[in-house]
Design a protein around this ligand. Sequence first.
Ligand SMILES: [Zn+2]
Ligand SMILES: [Zn+2]
Length: 142
Amino acid sequence: MEHANFPKNFVRYLKFIHEKGGKTTISELAVQFNVKKPTVVETVKKMQEEGLVMHPPYSPVELTRKGKGLAQELLWRHRVLEVLFSSLGLTVEESCVEAERLEVHASLEAVKRICSFFGHPRKCPCEKDIPAYGGCCKSEKR
Ligand SMILES: [Zn+2]
Ligand SMILES: [Zn+2]
């Protein structure tokens, strides 16, 4: 599935679960995104079909290897775009909103160029770590 075709929920859940250390619960997701538990269960089921998470009965929701890789890429995309927008004078909040709009639509090449332009930044404007993206940041000294 192309990034741009991912439902917004998938993208949000992936990033959230990754930030939680790769594991979370249905209740936590429901609270975080202000949706009912059955809705979360439905989304998680679809993500499971895409091989992004595992959710055995009575167990937490856990990222698969594929899900983890994708979550890291999405966080890298999001935060590199935040760096760009905040350098143009947008506030931290505005930068986050714009980054969320573009993170799945910008081409990989474009995000790599932005990342290089800013010297492969390690912190986003909200002081969060930017994960290194293989093929972009790893080859460079950080
Ligand atoms: Zn940020
Ligand atoms: Zn980079």
